[in-house]
Design a protein around this ligand. Sequence first.
Ligand code: SF4
Length: 393
Amino acid sequence: MSYSVLSELEACPRRWALGSAKYANIGGEYGYPPAWNHSVIEGRVVHLSLQRITRALVDSGCNSITDAGAVSTLRDLGGFSKAVRESSKKVLESYEKNPRVEFSFEKLKQHLLTRIPDLRTQVQRQLSRIRPITRTSSKLKSEFNHKDRKDHSRTQLGYGSYPEVEIRSVEIGWRGFVDLLSLIDTECEIREFKTGVPKEEHEFQIRVYATLWARDRELNPAGKIANRLVLSYNETEIEVPSPSEIEISQLEDELRSRTTEVIRSLESDPPEARPKLTNCKYCQVRHLCGEYWHMHLTQTNTHEWRKEFGDVQIRLSHQSGPSSWRGVVESGSGLVVGGPILLQTSHHRLEPKANNHLRVLNVHLSFPEEETGEEQPATVIATMGLYSEVFLL
Ligand code: SF4
């Protein structure tokens, strides 16, 4: 179990199951392909850049980004911009064969490249706050290799800084990846880099990491407690009180009981769906979730759900232009079921037929005036754009 899996399962077991299942007709790998999400992708680029640069600084014995040696280390990496560009390339590679961005990939890629100066600033800002510690064991420099390490290299960590270090507790059955762990005789710091705004759950996450570190018998056989927990955001950093030994034991119990609870939630087949605005708004698999579309049937016309961009299920009736179709709403965010809709599809290679049922995500919705004075509801106009997706039922 990990923090992210627990959070996902507690929010909606169905979402986790649909997102993690194996799909034979889309590559046969575990996991449903993710949709493009700017903030997630930019976060991955920043994290990867921080990981690469921090590792290089630690390996070359630099204790700060302003060290004389840091200049040549960065020069070897090609500078900040090149490091961020390389990370973007790596992240983009993971989307190249993703069918959900097949037609928009080039435009999305161009957009990401325009963001590099800003991402570089974020990376520099985060790096300016760290003070990497040179490792005491030269052996660990070459052997320590984050996620790809073989189990046999999980030995006690010597003094120094370790980017992207995996911590595990076999007894609790949990693991996590700490962005930067720094260890000296008097201090142990766990630092997490965050690219979004501060959230309460980040504090819980870092306290979970403190618990796993304290209970990691291989990397930390003495059970040393982390005495500095830092959440590092773009604009600021927040120090979270580190848990005492008693609090660590309590957190351990909490993790065990929450794990038992979420595993129980997976016993039903299919696992329970928990449709609600906060869960479904950014759900990557909502087009596969019957409960999501059913929920709209009971919540039609609610302004809570009515947004400029929304989701709609349509039954097409006939083509009304080269790239537009008329149909009726079967379900949708704040839409009247059975009401007329005009779907404009200019950006997509869509070849639908009359009576096709479509689920369209992230489509721009123009709502007619509430009071038309007519007996029939006025036509909603749904216009697909770069981030829209369409699925044929
Ligand atoms: S759409 Fe909502 S209910 Fe369905 S899987 Fe996603 S989060 Fe769960």
